[in-house]
Design a protein around this ligand. Sequence first.
Ligand code: DAH
Length: 346
Amino acid sequence: MSTPLQSIKEAAEKKIAEALNSETLEEVRVAILGKKGELTQILKSMKDLTPEERPKVGQQVNEVRALLEEALQKRRAELKHALLTEKLKRETIDVTLPGKRFARGHRHPNQIALEDLERVFIGMGYEVVEGPEVEYDEYNFKLLNIPANHPAKDEQDTFYITRSPEGADKDILLRTQTSSVQARIMKQGKLPIKIISPGRVFRSDEVDATHSPSFHQVEGLVVGKGVTMADLKGTLDQFAREFFGKNTRTKLRPHHFPFTEPSAEVDVTCFKCGGKGCSVCKGSGWIEILGCGMVHPHVLEMCGIDPEEYSGFAFGIGLERVALLKYEIDDMRLLYENDVRFLNQF
Ligand code: DAH
């Protein structure tokens, strides 16, 4: 073997062995076997040799090339293995370390109250339906016996989206009460009706411990043949017992709502003191929870139902109100602040 070839081989083997990563190894390969590599130069210079020498030298160069390629291959595999070992070492998991706690959320007290309430009414055969939060004046007011300029409109002054040139009933607003769903359902004309409709309502109220510009109501509506006030009272008694506890009693106080006649507000016996009087019920023994009444014949008529043939009752429950009572929360704002220290208690 010619000396230059021998020294190229030895130097190359040394460099291959010393290469510490695949990039350096590739540089070594190019420097020897590449187009302008040392070994390639030797092959190119073979034209200066005598015809007898050429095959011999050619064979030697090829032998060296094969040896070096093998050495490169071997080193490449070694480096790859070393890299993997290093990576595995770096990524070992210490199973004795404490785990990361998964912060799991849970239902909001409003939602818990709503689901409890829905369960009670579903148990009595009610269907749960929802209506739009952005509503026409027609459903929120007009069909509920609250025509343009009715004072009840001021009491529930709301957020108007658009005033319509076609007339007040086509104004678009954020609904002030879920009673709007009553009108929508009755207008659909499918009888009998037995629904509850939970949802968000809006009023331009200032925020305080018992008011918020956005809160929730659950509307109830039953329309059929021979539905009486006794059915209404029985239904509300059943609801109160299941929701607040089996010893709860109800009391209907005469009231006025434009869309029911007669109308009433309903109190339940204080779940805290059982009716004796305490700080929760402000000494009276009773707590107001909802408004209700027999659907006004004029409302039935406007919604396309014959009041001679059909009758119905309706009620509207303030969801926050019953949630606050049930969980003994004294400030409504707590329900909206979403402080987890508060929410975690339910
Ligand atoms: N919509 C009434 C309110 O927001 C509550 C109400 C009262 C609903 C009587 C009713 C009802 O369905 O019959 O104050």
